[in-house]
Design a protein around this ligand. Structure first.
Ligand code: CAA
Length: 387
């Protein structure tokens, strides 16, 4: 559905773009779909599937080949994210965090040594990374960091707790945001690269979540963790700007995830409506269902256009803050609404696990919350409009 309509609008999708989309679709349908319900039921991390995604190049898509990445553009990335997310948003959040927050942040702001040491294995998927900003008392209000990184001369001493960290238990490398100089407020915050296994770094409890249940979400605790100065990203005090700038790009990834969840639910609902009969005809022949399908297709296409626009602006090195926030806001709202409609179209079957749409509905909810809630996206958009 997507390729033809977008091509019709001359979005300049190349053969390569369409090949990436097809490869992601093929992988999602053959490798993720058969085990998605079981992994969701048992909150089982897709270890083998993520390994294969690394081999196929889906974990470092935009990273330069010099550092083991695919050297692709953001449009390729959102095309792949949509296809993977149609089937399994737990796998796609691993992909999104690794690509947008961890790899992009390191490649854009890291030193050559940091790129050689950390980015190269991350981009090839040999290891995966996590991005640690949220805290028990600092979610939307991200400047209120309680985690501290005290400057000890040649290293920082890190203390604090991070919450709801995607890839928390499985990541080998964490990008941790911490306050060094409280008086300087957000200008006194640093971003540090911390390795799993370092003394004082403990992986806390795994969250039992409503959706994206097979992704790995943990709290992380740091007690007197010694972090060498060479593991700071950017200049002293750059950490908050690093987090915000990285999240701008991350929001395009989550917008694409939300789009994929919505489109996946729509595809299932469309198929089901042509098979299921009621009152002597397929339910797709009833106008009540036709109206739902028409509205779903329209809103999903609108979300797709916003996602592609944000990705294109980023690829053209233009300001994409507002576009990314709009894409994330709209696509996540559409995902929640469209998955609910898909469950409704499926009726009783929609409410049981076997038909996938109830999982997609539970998965959709998080897209309105992480990488900035819908309310934060509105705040970001309003600030951009009014500045
Ligand atoms: N891009 C670049 N810089 C930005 C920015 C943006 N979108 N938003 C703010 N900044 C900069 C500002 O320019 C300012 O820097 P200067 O002083 O140098 O000008 C600095 O950041 C502080 O900004 P504000 O004064 O606007 O700070 P604020 O406290 O009023 O608002 C906020 C900041 C926008 C609300 C921010 O706290 C925010 O985005 N909150 C949401 C946090 C979030 O998205 N968390 C997601 C967690 S990660 C996650 O979910 C990953 C996962 O696991 C899937």
């Amino acid at each position: 559905m997507a390729a033809a309509t977008i091509e019709g609008l001359n979005f300049n999708l190349t053969e390569e773009h369409l090949a990436v989309k097809e490869a992601a679709r093929e992988f999602a349908q053959t490798e993720l779909l058969p085990t998605a319900i079981e992994r969701d039921t048992h909150s089982k991390f897709p270890t083998e599937e993520i390994r294969k995604m690394g081999e196929l190049g889906f974990l470092g898509m935009m990273v330069s080949p010099e550092y083991g990445g695919g050297g692709m553009d953001t449009v390729s990335y959102v095309l792949a994210m949509e296809e993977i997310s149609k089937v399994d948003a737990s796998a796609s959040v691993v992909m999104s965090v690794n690509n947008s927050l961890v790899c992009w942040g390191l490649e854009t702001f890291g030193t050559e040594e940091q790129k050689q040491k950390y980015l190269t294995p991350l981009a090839s998927g040999k290891i995966i990374g996590s991005f640690c900003l949220s805290e028990p008392e600092a979610g939307s209000d991200a400047t209120s960091q309680s985690t501290t990184a005290v400057d000890m001369g040649d290293h920082y001493l890190v203390n604090g707790t991070k919450n709801w960290i995607t890839n928390g238990g499985t990541s080998s490398v964490s990008l941790v945001i911490a306050q060094t100089n409280v008086e300087l407020k957000h200008k006194g915050i640093n971003a540090l690269i911390i390795e799993k296994g370092w003394d004082g770094f403990v992986v806390g409890k795994k969250e039992d979540k409503m959706g994206i249940r097979s992704s790995d979400t943990h709290s992380l605790m740091f007690t007197d963790v010694k972090v060498p100065k060479e593991n700071r990203i950017g200049e002293d005090g750059f950490g908050f700007k690093f987090a915000m700038t990285t999240l701008n790009g991350g929001r395009i990834g989550i917008a694409a995830q939300a789009l994929g969840i919505a489109a996946g639910a729509y595809e299932l609902a469309l198929k089901y409506s042509k098979e299921r009969k009621a009152f002597g005809k397929t339910i797709s022949e009833h106008q009540a269902i036709q109206f739902k399908l028409a509205e779903m297709a329209t809103k999903i296409e609108a979300a797709r256009l916003l996602v592609y626009k944000a990705a294109r602006l980023k690829d053209e090195h233009k300001d994409f803050i507002q576009a990314a926030a709009m894409a994330k806001l709209f696509a996540s709202e559409v995902a929640m609404w469209a998955t609910t409609e898909a469950v409704q179209i499926h009726g009783g079957y929609g409410y049981v696990k076997e038909y996938h749409v109830e999982r997609l509905m539970r998965d959709a909810k998080i897209t309105q919350i992480y990488e900035g809630t819908s309310e934060i996206q509105k705040l970001v958009i309003a600030r951009e409009i009014l500045k």
